[in-house]
Design a protein around this ligand. Sequence first.
Ligand code: PGA
Length: 258
Amino acid sequence: MSKLIVGNWKMNPPTFSAAEKIARSASAAIRKTGNKAKVVLCPPFIWLASLSGRKYFGLEFGAQDVFWESDGPYTGEVSAAMLKNSGVKYVIVGHSERRRLGETDEIIAKKVKAVIRAGLKPILCVGEDKATRLRGIAAAKKFVKSQLQKDLFGRYSEFCILNSNLVIAYEPLWAISTEKNSRVDTPEDAADMIQFIKDFIETKKCNTKLEVIYGGSVTAANVLHFLVRPEIDGILAGGVSIKRSEFKKIIKLINNAK
Ligand code: PGA
């Protein structure tokens, strides 16, 4: 099965040697079962440059965030050009955990644009919160559409996705494993939302090479239920991506699936 698997390590693990072990184990799983699934690991910045410089078989690397300016007096920030020069290929933008810390759609739009301009692939995260979803699927779609409109087609994006590569991660907040009372989405509803996202982007006629993936409580037990759906191009895995044996299992399952 040819799908995209993105591992968002979040603020884990605490040491470089643990980070290396996770990368080595994912790479070993690919070596063993083939690289039909494309695996992208997104470690914290502090481990990212060392890992992406080491060339693990079958792995690509992504950042969890980026700053929109290319250089200058921005203490603590990392630019898309720095990421590119370190061998990074993808950048997660607008994860709900960052939105919750105050990242606005305006900031996200600037980041997406900077990532594309640097020749990297953004993984733009969108998804509704629990209160919105409780109002029904139509409300959730309206919410996601408004995020896409602001993050990709607003004043700060200037249609930057024209002729670009773009990954969108549909990740409903209520499905993220660390949220209180989280529960995984159904593959049917996730596929329906993902098709909705694809249709919306299509209406913009941007000639974008688009992949739309699902995130939120993905495990080895449920991953194939999502990925058998042709609408779903891959997964964004958080918690399981730092559990070596379970992540390995996920890679193997996808590589061995038809
Ligand atoms: P989860 O996290 O897989 O632990 O639910 C996904 C994410 O937040 O990226």
